[in-house]
Design a protein around this ligand. Structure first.
Ligand code: TXA
Ligand code: MG
Length: 336
C-alpha cells in the first residue's frame, strides 16, 4: 500500500471532514481507540481493511452519536436491544441488529446483521455527529495486536497507513465493548466487556453466553472470534498468580547465569506481586481489576518496546470486568 502522511489533529471538524471525504481517522472512545471510516463508502472501507491488515470476514461495529439514529444502521430494533440500549447506551455496549441496506456489505462481512454502538465519550460523539454519516470503527491497531488505548500507540501502529489521529484521552475502560447478538433467540453474549453478564441479565434475564460448537458455527455467528487477537510479540502465559509465574520462570534454565538472563527476558503483571519482580525485565501490580483492564494493553506494548520475550499475566476472578479480562488473556495466550 502507498504510504500516507498521517497527521495528528486536535480539531474535530477537520477530522470529520476527512471522514466525510472517505478518509480514515483514529479517535478515542471510552473502551479503546477506534479507526473510523464512513460505513456507507465502499472505497473508504476497503482502505480501512488494508490499513489494519484485517481479514475481510471479520465484521466491523458501526457507531452513531445518538441512540435514536439507529434507523440509519438497522432495519428494525428488536425489543431486547431496546431494553439494553435504554439502560447501557451511550456506553461500552454493542448490539447486533438486522442490517440496513445503506450500510455496505463489506462492513458486516456479508452478514445480514450489523453491530451498533453509541460510545460514551464526548469527543467521539462530536466527531461522529459532525461527520454526519454512520462510522464503522474497529479497534485502531494492526490486526491481531493488542488494541490501542493511547493516541501515541495508535500512531506507532498505523503511522503512514491512515489519514489522521484525533488526539484524545487515554481510554478509561481499556478493553473493547460487550457485544450482544439481539437477533438470535434467546439473545446471546458474543464478547464479554465492561458491562458484565450479570448486569446484562438484570435487564434481559433470557440472555445466554454464546459458545460456538465448531468453526463453521463461529464463522456464521461471530466471525471475529476465530482470528488471533490481542497478541503482543511477547509470548503470553495466563497464570493463576505470581507464585505460579515464578515457578514457571525458574523452571526454565539450568545454570544461575542463564537464570538471570532468562528472568530479564520475562515480565509479570497482575493484582499480586512477583517475588522475582526486581530480576524481571518489567513488572506491574494493579490496584484493582478495573485498573488492570485499563492498563493491560499498554503494558503489553511496553513489554514489546523493551524487547522482552515472555509475559506472564495473572487471571483475575471472573467478577465484573474480570470475565472480559480473562477472555482477552486467554486469546492473547492462545497458540493460534
Ligand atoms: O469497544 C469496541 O467495541 C471498539 C470501539 C472502537 O468501539 N471496537 C472494536 O471493534 O473492538 P473490533 O472490530 O475490534 O471488534 C468487533 C467485534 C468482533 O469480535 C466482531 O466479530 C464483532 O464485533 N461483530 C461486529 N459485527 C458483528 C455482527 N454483525 N455479528 C456478530 N459479531 C459482530
Ligand atoms: Mg479489534
Amino acid at each position: 500500500m502507498t504510504l500516507l502522511n498521517t497527521i495528528v489533529l486536535d480539531d474535530i471538524s477537520q477530522a470529520a471532514e476527512i471522514l466525510r471525504r472517505g478518509g480514515l481517522v483514529a479517535f478515542s472512545t471510552e473502551t479503546v481507540f477506534g479507526l473510523g471510516a464512513d460505513a456507507t463508502n465502499i472505497s473508504a472501507l476497503a482502505k480501512l481493511f488494508a490499513a489494519k491488515g484485517r481479514p475481510s470476514d471479520n465484521p466491523l461495529i458501526v457507531h452513531v452519536a445518538e441512540v435514536d439514529q439507529w434507523p440509519i444502521v438497522a432495519r428494525t430494533m428488536p425489543e431486547v436491544a431496546e431494553r439494553l440500549l435504554a439502560k447501557f447506551a451511550p456506553g461500552p455496549l454493542t448490539v447486533v441488529l438486522p442490517k440496513h441496506s445503506s450500510i455496505c456489505d463489506s462492513v458486516t462481512a456479508g452478514l445480514d446483521t450489523v453491530g451498533l454502538r453509541i460510545p460514551n465519550h464526548s469527543q467521539a460523539r462530536s466527531l461522529i455527529a459532525a461527520a454526519g454519516v454512520p462510522i464503522a470503527a474497529p479497534s485502531a491497531n494492526r490486526s491481531g495486536l493488542p488494541s490501542g488505548t493511547t493516541w501515541q500507540t495508535v500512531l506507532e501502529d498505523l503511522d503512514g497507513r491512515i489519514d489522521a489521529v484525533l488526539r484524545g484521552s487515554t481510554c478509561a475502560i481499556g478493553i473493547e465493548s460487550t457485544v450482544v447478538d439481539c437477533v438470535s433467540k434467546p439473545p446471546r453474549l458474543l464478547r464479554p466487556g465492561a458491562i458484565s453478564l450479570a448486569e446484562l441479565q438484570s435487564i434481559a434475564p433470557e440472555l445466554r453466553v454464546y459458545a460456538p460448537t465448531d468453526d463453521r458455527d463461529a464463522t456464521a455467528n461471530s466471525p471475529g472470534l476465530r482470528h488471533p487477537h490481542y497478541k503482543p510479540s511477547a509470548v503470553v502465559h495466563s497464570v493463576e498468580g505470581a507464585s505460579q509465574a515464578d515457578r514457571m520462570m525458574k523452571s526454565q534454565p539450568k545454570s544461575a547465569a542463564k537464570l538471570e538472563q532468562h528472568l530479564a527476558n520475562c515480565a509479570y503483571c497482575g493484582l499480586d506481586e512477583s517475588k522475582l519482580a526486581s530480576y524481571l525485565g518489567a513488572s506491574r501490580r494493579f490496584e484493582s481489576v478495573e485498573e488492570y483492564a485499563h492498563a493491560l494493553y499498554e503494558f503489553m506494548r511496553s513489554v514489546d518496546r523493551l524487547g522482552i520475550q515472555f509475559l506472564y499475566c495473572q487471571r483475575p476472578s471472573a467478577r465484573g470486568i474480570g470475565a472480559a479480562l480473562n477472555d482477552r488473556l486467554t486469546r492473547a495466550a492462545s497458540p493460534k
